[in-house]
Design a protein around this ligand. Structure first.
Ligand code: ADP
Ligand code: MG
Length: 706
């Protein structure tokens, strides 16, 4: 038997069972063995029945005095009950809908039972315990030692899985370990064969820990190899160097209406140092919302254009693309090399003379292909078929975590295989350190650590339901002073209830969520009938959204009610209140982004978090937003609470769970990085590690990084 063996071909696995396994995607021995327990029950001690306490997980040893099965008429459940007795007392064991237990267990015989003591003060019982005849075999699968508990799935019990896995582990041909031996030794990791045994059947807690660590390490190690490979491959690729002369930088910066902050300067220098090389840059520019990333990227684009090379600036939404386009054309007024806006609905071109503002899409595409346009700002539209660049040398991607790896690759490969543009991505979601060392480990980092001078701290408050009216009064006061307000809601339309529909708790919750339309109605007609209220959501057309955003920026409205579409990047310095409905529905990183929409001008700004939830969890989580010193701190918290998914592009979340967990372990991350470096520095092609080479190429395909 080996890892590829089809489970259906193993004697003893019934058709029904293998069908259930298949539903879980478990077809081969390998699939099954890599279906890891998620926890272990410690049944190491046999507890006298007389000493059992409620809520305890325990193993008992006793004789069955009586066993029977009955049907409850209320819930139509089959209940099997047994009375188990030892010298110290007796206890009932109960199984639900497992009538076969009644046929297996015999009155008068002795068994081990393991399970949780449940019930009330009045009466306790063992709930669906595992059982095993005593003296049947020397070895026990179910009731002695640490018992693996697998994620419960319909028709597949932990017990069933244990029965299945144990003999397979015994009969399996030894597996060749792809982790080099020296790495195993150095880190005291069990080899693959031992690790598999121990993760399913640990003798003690440490065994399971070590085995888990080893599997987590595997994924990190492969990720690190991948990062280093990407780095070295990029270093081999060519790109047009962007030449920069000494005197041109002060000239460009001189056009800005402000002084760059220190860390903006440092980031700009790091970028300039990279793009002068004939090999592509691959850099992530991160900085808090409002820290001024756009202008740094724009300067890099201008530098490319001055070299008669093209730069593309890709934003996640039409609103943002339009905003960037306007910023660049406005700020660098005297620059007349051709700046274009290209989105699904819009094509504009600006040669500095403002004569060519509107242009048909086809014409614009020709201008891009001919190389007349130097800077192209847009959405996904810029990587769609039909867009051909003439000499793309710099690709900038704003809020890059929103883009999948594939899209990044599409931009990078626009030209051809040997030539790849410089790549600059930007993100206001600070990437936790473990992630920047792993998933984003192929990138160099520049960080803007400070906000432009004069920004005031945003006063953040969690508002209890009873203080809602006070909050509205406060908003009115601010509007009277000339300020504007954002209101963010988690949904677009009020949830509809079908006739006769039974409301689940989840559905009730969803219904209670403030929807944009409802909230807009309420605010515009009841609460603020005298103020100018407008609504914005993702189902609107790009044009419409742009117009609303522009009008809001131009102070034509006082209050903008919106979904999370305004989450990223939008700049309205006059807005001073960010009010968030259903705040518990959003992740910390996202709330942080919302808050960053205000506090961009000279006025004191406020963030009001509304929640009807008084759950301690929610309150604690929201409180982080009040106390965290910076985005990094929040990002680390969010990573622990919600996992790494939200920091990654969609394509990247294909990582297995163990890998996702491992992404939280900084020590292991560092170890994996060193290990990968060592291996590659001695043997860049992995010639001496054939098993590793094979595994690595499989891994690359799996996570779509190829
Ligand atoms: P983000 O990093 O969130 O993308 P932006 O680039 O949108 O931030 O910048 C936010 C605002 O700050 C913009 O209005 C921009 O013009 C302004 N800004 C950028 N850098 C500075 C600076 N050094 N001093 C003052 N204002 C700045
Ligand atoms: Mg931005």
């Amino acid at each position: 038997m080996n890892l590829q063996t089809d489970l259906a071909s193993i004697p003893g696995i019934g058709l029904k069972f293998s069908a259930r396994l298949k539903k879980l995607g478990i077809k081969t021995v390998k699939d099954l063995l890599w279906h890891f327990p998620f926890r272990y029950e410690d049944y190491t001690k046999i507890v006298p029945i007389g000493e059992l306490a409620i809520n305890q997980s325990a193993t008992i040893k006793g004789q069955i005095h009586q066993i029977s099965t009955r049907r409850t008429w209320k819930k139509n459940l089959l209940i099997t009950e047994a009375i188990i007795v030892d010298e110290t007392g007796g206890i009932k064991a109960v199984w639900f809908n497992q009538p076969y237990v009644n046929n297996i267990l015999r009155e008068g015989n002795y068994y081990n039972f393991a399970g949780k003591v449940t019930g009330s003060k009045r009466e306790i019982y063992l709930a669906s315990p595992s059982y095993e005849p005593i003296e049947a075999r020397g070895e026990t699968k179910h009731t002695a030692g640490l018992i693996p508990i697998y994620p419960e799935t319909r028709g597949l019990t932990s017990k069933g899985l244990r029965y299945l896995i144990k003999p397979i582990l015994k009969n399996l041909e030894p597996i060749e370990d792809f982790i080099p031996e020296e790495i195993l030794k150095e880190n005291k990791f069990p080899d693959i064969n031992l690790a598999l045994k121990r993760i399913h059947f640990p003798l003690q807690a440490m065994d399971a820990e070590n085995a888990k660590k080893r599997f987590a390490f595997e994924n990190l190690f492969l990720l690190q190899l991948n990062n280093l490979k990407i780095r070295s491959r990029l270093a081999e690729k060519k790109t047009a160097p962007i030449k920069i002369t000494q005197d041109e930088i002060p000239k460009i910066i001189g056009q800005l209406p402000f002084q760059l902050t220190n860390s903006q300067k440092i980031s700009l220098e790091e970028i300039m140092a990279d793009i002068q090389h004939p090999h592509p840059m691959n850099r992530l520019l991160q900085g808090d919302v409002g820290s001024g990333k756009t202008v740094i990227a724009a300067i890099a684009a201008i530098l490319a254009a001055k070299n008669d090379l093209q730069a593309v600036f890709m934003a996640p939404t039409e609103v943002l693309a339009g905003q960037h386009y306007r910023t660049i054309t406005k700020t660098f007024d005297k620059f007349n090399k051709g700046i274009a806006l290209l989105t699904a609905n819009k094509s504009e071109l600006d040669y500095g003379d403002k004569l060519n503002a509107k242009i048909s899409k086809n014409k614009l595409l020709k201008e891009i292909e001919s190389g007349n346009v130097k800077i192209i700002v847009g959405t996904h539209a810029v990587i769609q078929k039909g867009v051909k660049f003439n000499n793309l040398s710099l690709a900038i991607v704003d809020e890059q975590h929103r883009f999948g790896v594939a899209q990044r690759a599409a931009l990078a490969n626009q030209s051809n295989q040997e030539i790849s543009p410089h790549f600059l991505s930007m993100s206001a979601t600070p990437i936790p350190r473990t992630l920047s060392l792993t998933v984003f480990g192929d990138l160099d980092l520049s960080t803007i650590t400070e906000l432009p001078a004069g920004r005031k701290e945003i006063i953040t408050k969690i508002v209890a339901p009873e203080n809602r009216l006070k909050a509205y009064a406060f908003i009115r006061e601010q509007v009277k002073k000339g300020r504007q307000t954002f209101v963010i809601c988690p949904r677009i339309e009020p949830g509809a209830v079908k006739e006769g529909e039974i409301l689940t708790e989840a559905k009730k919750k969803a219904l209670e969520l403030k929807s944009v339309k409802e909230e807009f109605e309420k605010l515009s007609t009841k609460i603020f009938p005298d103020l100018k209220v407008v609504m914005l959501h993702g189902k609107m057309k790009g044009k419409e959204k742009d117009q609303i955003m522009k009008d809001f920026q131009d102070k034509k409205y006082d209050i903008l009610v919106s979904t999370s579409v305004i989450e990223v990047g939008v700049d309205v310095p006059n807005a001073t209140i960010m009010m968030i409905e259903g705040a518990e529905r959003f992740g910390l990183a996202q709330l942080y982004q919302f808050r960053g929409r205000v506090g961009r001008g000279e006025h004191q700004s406020f963030c009001l978090l509304f929640t009807d939830s008084d759950s301690e969890n929610v309150q604690t989580r929201l409180n982080y937003l009040l106390t965290a010193k910076n985005g990094f701190e929040l990002a680390e918290k969010d990573l622990l609470i919600r996992g790494p998914g939200q920091f990654l592009g969609q394509e990247q979340t294909g990582l297995p769970d163990v890998a996702m967990d491992a992404l939280k372990d900084i020590q292991l991350v560092k170890v994996s990085r060193d290990a990968a470096k060592n291996v590659l520095s001695n043997d860049p092609e992995l010639k001496n590690y054939p098993a590793l080479a094979t595994k690595f190429s499989e891994f690359q395909k799996e996570i779509h990084l190829e």
